[in-house]
Write a protein that binds this ligand. Sequence first.
Ligand SMILES: Nc1nc2c(c(=O)[nH]1)N[C@H]1C(S)=C(S)[C@@H](COP(=O)(O)OP(=O)(O)OC[C@H]3O[C@@H](n4cnc5c(=O)[nH]c(N)nc54)[C@H](O)[C@@H]3O)O[C@H]1N2
Ligand SMILES: Nc1nc2c(c(=O)[nH]1)N[C@H]1C(S)=C(S)[C@@H](COP(=O)(O)OP(=O)(O)OC[C@H]3O[C@@H](n4cnc5c(=O)[nH]c(N)nc54)[C@H](O)[C@@H]3O)O[C@H]1N2
Ligand code: SF4
Ligand SMILES: [Mo]
Length: 714
Amino acid sequence: MSGPLSEPLSVPGSAPPPRTVHTHCPYCALQCGTRLGHALGEVTVTPSAFPVNQGGLCQKGWTAPEVLSTADRLREPLVRGADGRLAPAGWDAALDLVAGRLREIRRAHGPDAVGVFGGGGLTNEKAYLLGKFARLALRTSRIDYNGRFCMSSAAAASNAAFGVDRGLPFPVTDLGRADVVLLAGANPAETMPPLMRHLDRAALIVLDPRRTPTAERAAVHLRPAPGTDLALALGLLQLTVLDGRLDHAFVRERTNGFEAAWQRALPWTPERTERVTGVPVAAQREAVRMLADARRAYVLTGRGAEQHSKGADTVSAFVNLALALGLPGRDGSGYGCLTGQGNGQGGRELGQKADQLPGYRMIDDPAAREHMAAVWGVEAAALPGAGPSAYELLDSLGTAGGPRALLVFGSNPVVSAPNAGHVTERLAALDLLVVADFVPSETARMADVVLPVAQWAEEEGTLTNLEGRVLRRRALLAPPPGVRGDLEVLRGLAVRLGEPAERYPVEPREVFEELRRATAGGRADYSGVSYERLDAGEALHWPCPVVPSGPAHPGTPRLFLDGFAHPDGRARFVPVEHRDAAELPGRDLPLYATTGRVLAHYQSGAQTRRVAGLTAVEPEPFVEIHPDAARRAGVTAGGLARVVSARGAVVARVRLVESLRTDTVFLPFHFPGDGRANLLTGGALDPRSGMPEFKVSAVRVEPVDVVPGGAVSV
Ligand SMILES: Nc1nc2c(c(=O)[nH]1)N[C@H]1C(S)=C(S)[C@@H](COP(=O)(O)OP(=O)(O)OC[C@H]3O[C@@H](n4cnc5c(=O)[nH]c(N)nc54)[C@H](O)[C@@H]3O)O[C@H]1N2
Ligand SMILES: Nc1nc2c(c(=O)[nH]1)N[C@H]1C(S)=C(S)[C@@H](COP(=O)(O)OP(=O)(O)OC[C@H]3O[C@@H](n4cnc5c(=O)[nH]c(N)nc54)[C@H](O)[C@@H]3O)O[C@H]1N2
Ligand code: SF4
Ligand SMILES: [Mo]
C-alpha cells in the first residue's frame, strides 16, 4: 500500500536532523501531543505527556504516519488535458495556467467570479495567508471554509452570550475536577477518545438519539428525537426555575436578559417537552437535579445539537440553561463547545471566514478594515466586503453571477458538503476548479488542476486547539520531491497575479510574525505569542496581547473569571424559540436520518480511508437501524439497504441496533460514491450561522435487490 517515504529534514551545511520531534496529531481539535521519530525508513509515533492526551492517542493518531507515504500520494501537479484526463505537469506550467485562467475569468466576470474554499485543518499561517490572498490577490469576497459546517452555530451563540467565541473558555484539564458534565450531541468516546480520561470523575448526562460509547458511560442518557434539543433545553430551563434551582445571585450580578429568555421557556412544561422530544419528565428532572446539585458542572455541546437549521438557537438555549445554573465564568464550571478539526479554533479567527478579518475582526467594521489595510499596506476601500456562507458559496458555483472558478485548500466537499449530489453538479459547472491536496480526494479528482502539497510532518506551523491554546507543529521530514507547501503555492499564484512577492512569505515563522501584528487588539489576540515562547514550552491560550514593557502576557487559559467580553462585562441570555427541522418524517419518508462519525475514520475519509488498519475496522458505508424499523422496511442485518431522501439515495450495509430510537437511522459521512451520507442531506441553513442541517433528513429505507451472481441493482 505504501510508497517511498521522504528523507528526514536537513538543511545543507547545518547539523544533522533530529531523530525525533515533538508535534501534534494531524487530525482532530484535541491536538494530542506526539513524538515523531524516523528509524529504518519508517516514521514512528508515540504519545507525549501533553495535558490533553496525557500519554493517550486514538487509533487514528497511532496510524497517521501511514498517510505520509500512501501509495497514491500526489507528487507532481496534474492538469486536465484536452482528452479529459489529469496528466502530470511542471509547477511553472500548472501555476501559469491557473493564474492565466483566473485573470481571464476575473476580466470577463469581475473579482467575485473567483471563489476560495478553505479548511479548519490548515495551520494558522495558511488560514491567514489564504484570507489575505483572497482579499488582496483575488479581491474577491467569495471566501469561506468548511468550519462553517462545523462550529459556526456554537460560534454565533457564544458571541451573542459572552461577546467572544472560544470553543472551551477553559483548559481541557479543568474537566477533570467536574462533578457533572452534560454533553449535548457529542460523542467524544469516538470523536476525541483521550478526552474521556478527563471525564472519568464526572457523572455524565448524555443527550443523543443513539446509545453511543459515550452514552454507555453516562449516568443519565436522554434520547431526544433528532432536531428537538432546542425544546429539550427550554424544558430544562423551565424545570430549573420551577424546581427552585435558578442561581438568582449569578443571574442578577453577572447577566442580562433573563426575563425575555424565561418567557420563551414558559410554554415548555415538562409534559410538553416530553411529547416533543421523547425524553421522559423524570429524566429531565434528574438531569436538572444533577446539574444544580453539582459543585462543579459543565454544559458542553457537540455537532449533534449544533448542525441544524436552528443550531445557533439550540446552542443559545443550552447557554441560557448554563447561565441560569450560574456555571459560566466560575472556576471549575462553565459552558463550552467541543470544536472539531485540528485547527478548528485558529481556522475560524484568522480570516478565511466570509465575514471576518484576522483576530476575529468583522469585515464590515470600518475600524477593523482600517487596521488590516494598514498591516497589509493597502487602502481599506480596496478590501472586499462580506461574502456568502460555505453552502451558499458552493450552491452558487457556475450560476449566473456566481463564481466561475474555485480554489480549494483543505476540504473535500464532494463528500462532506450537504446536498452533495447538487454540490458535485455545481463543482462540475465551473470553468476552473483548482484543488491543493496531498491525496487525490474525491474533489481533487474533479479538478482541472491539482496541486500537490506537503503534509503535517513535513512542515512547520502553529494550530490552536479546542481550548484556545496555540501549538507548534514541527517538521520531521522534508516534503517529497515535487511537492510544495501551501504557503509556497499561494505565493506562486499571487506573484503571477501581479502581487509583490514579499506580501506572501513562505516561511511559516515570518507569516506568524505578520499574523501577530494583524491580530493585535482583536478579539483573538495572538500578538504576545511567538515561536520562541511556544518552543520554550509555554502554554499560551489566546487572548495573549503583546506587552510593550515588563513581563510578557501569560495568555488566558480561563476566560470570563473577571467578566464576560461584552462592554458591560455581563453575559446575555438570548431569547430563543423552538421550531421544527426544515423537514420532518412523513408518509413517504417516515424516518429521521441523522449523520456523524465513527472512531476509525476522519471526516470525508480522504486520509483515513488510505490507512489499511482503519479501513479494516470500518471498510464500507453502513446504516444503523432499530430492528423493528428494519422489519417494517424489509431489510436485514448484514444486507444492503437503500436509504432515500428527497435529494438522493445511499446504499449502505444494515446494522441492527436495539438501543436506537425506532424512528431514527444513523449513517457515518466518511464514505465516497453512492455511500455518501450527504447525498441525503439538504441545503436548509441556519439564518444566524449558515450551518446546514446535517443532523436531520426525512428518509425511507428499502432493500437493495441483489441479482444472482452478486451484482447489486440500485
Ligand atoms: N473519529 C473521528 N473523530 C473526529 C472527527 C471524525 O471525523 N472522526 N471529526 C472531528 C470534527 S471536525 C468534529 S466537528 C468532531 C465532532 O464530534 P461530535 O460532535 O462528537 O461528532 P458527531 O458524530 O458528528 O455527532 C455527535 C453525536 O450527535 C448525535 N446526534 C445526531 N443528531 C442529534 C440530535 O438531533 N441531537 C442530539 N443531541 N444528538 C444528535 C449523533 O448520534 C452523534 O453520536 O469530531 C472530531 N473528531
Ligand atoms: N453528513 C454530514 N456531513 C458533514 C458533517 C456531519 O456531521 N455530517 N460534519 C461536517 C464537519 S463538522 C466538517 S469539519 C466537515 C469536514 O469535511 P471536509 O472539509 O471534507 O474535511 P476533510 O475530510 O478533513 O478534508 C480535508 C481535505 O484537505 C486535505 N488536507 C488536509 N490538510 C491539508 C492542508 O494542510 N493543506 C491542503 N491543501 N489540504 C489539506 C485532506 O487530504 C482532505 O482531502 O464535514 C462536514 N460534513
Ligand atoms: S483524539 Fe484527535 S488528536 Fe488525539 S489522536 Fe485521536 S484524532 Fe488525533
Ligand atoms: Mo467539524
